[in-house]
Design a protein around this ligand. Structure first.
Ligand code: G3P
Ligand code: CA
Length: 362
């Protein structure tokens, strides 16, 4: 990697950008929600902008700061990934291994919790949420998980605790009041079968939390997503909110499989090249049939994951050879909006909201 900006310089640049966006934070039609979940899954309304792990391009992921920034930048939904603690509490982390995203390695009291496990076929060494009570996890602080790529975010290391799912719901409500529009939540169950095998199933706690908050109803601003199938099928009988089947390969969206998905879910959450493939020359190809086929079945299509760094962009959209530099994400997103997608997960919420507006949506 070349020419990574110093953390201080990058932080200053980010601060300038954020000042600009705080100016966009006032409640107004221009920054308001673009449609209900119902509209989205019917393929109506403007595409949703889902704040991926908050706005993880600008703050350590899954922190209150990341979620708040996403909302202030115009996200329609906050996206918490959910794993379980030892005492069965849902907390917002992308992985149950927390060595990369927290300061757990700096806590001598937890040194003996470091271990090696196989989770969904992947062997990992580190510290795992299921080995900590919530009270223990609350003594940790989040840190930037990709500091080589996002050095400016590391200035926020050590400031924010791990959040429970309930705290994310509470925050979405607080932000909804402050911003004058409803900020939705879009939780993802992570490693569902694995946690069930430990006696710590995620789904009962998820259903309980949505029930307790009055959010288990069709017009609540909630989507529930999973890469796994069995838990979504079971949740279909327990939840009245739309469900999203996450997919990553073409064999998961054959016509037959899409019909099956339409039997229990309301949307597919597709990896981005399933909707628009990348050509060998680094340009975007023409859209696949996925959006058209899904829409025919009444399924919305939400696409993951968009981020501004060159590392995540097709070559033709990169700004330099430096993976950490920002490239032409807005142009990439424009192609997806033109392809008719119903939502995008973005680490850089401001770019997605601006691209959506430039594409003609409010
Ligand atoms: O949930 C959509 C997208 O977030 C899936 O990828 O690995 O970031 O959870 P991941
Ligand atoms: Ca996710």
């Amino acid at each position: 990697m070349t020419s990574i900006p110093s953390p201080a310089r990058a932080a200053a640049a980010t601060a300038a950008v954020l000042l600009l966006h705080f100016g966009l934070a006032a409640p107004s039609a221009a920054t308001g929600p673009t449609g209900t979940a119902h509209e989205a899954r019917q393929g109506h309304g403007a595409p949703l902008v889902i704040g991926h792990r908050g706005s993880a391009g600008y703050r350590p992921e899954h922190t209150a700061a990341s979620y708040e920034l996403a909302a202030r930048m115009g996200a329609d939904y906050l996206e918490p990934d959910l794993v379980s603690t030892k005492d069965g509490v849902l907390v917002s982390r992308h992985e149950n291994e927390i060595g990369q995203s927290t300061d757990v390695a700096d806590h001598p009291a937890f040194a003996d919790r470091k271990t090696t496990k196989t989770v969904d076929g992947w062997e990992m060494t580190g510290w795992f949420t299921e080995d900590f009570t919530l009270a223990e996890l609350k003594t940790l602080r989040a840190k930037e998980a990709r500091p080589e790529l996002r050095p400016a975010n590391a200035v926020h290391d050590g400031r924010y605790p791990i959040m429970t799912f309930q705290e994310v719901v509470d925050l979405s409500r607080t932000l909804s009041r402050r911003l004058g529009r409803t900020i939705g939540v879009y939780p993802e169950t992570k490693h569902s079968a694995y946690f069930a095998s430990l006696g710590l199933p995620l789904e009962p706690a998820l259903v309980r939390t949505l029930d307790a908050n009055g959010l288990n109803r069709p017009n609540a601003k909630v989507f529930v997503q999973s890469f796994e199938v069995d838990n979504l099928r079971r949740l279909d009988a327990q939840l009245r909110v739309p469900l999203v089947q996450l997919v990553w390969s073409a064999d998961q969206v054959t016509p037959e499989r899409l019909r099956e998905i339409a039997g229990y879910a309301d949307a597919v959450g597709a990896e981005q090249t399933m909707v628009i493939p990348w050509r060998e020359d680094g340009t975007l190809g023409g859209p696949t049939a996925l959006v058209r086929q899904a829409h025919r079945l009444g399924l919305a299509v939400h696409v993951y994951t968009f981020a501004a760094e060159n590392e995540f962009l097709p070559a033709a959209y990169r700004s330099s050879a430096n993976p950490a530099d920002h490239g032409r994400l807005a142009d990439e997103l424009t192609a997806y909006f033109a392809a008719g997608v119903d939502g995008v997960f973005s680490d850089h919420v401001d770019v997605a909201v601006a691209a959506r507006r430039a594409h003609g949506h409010r």
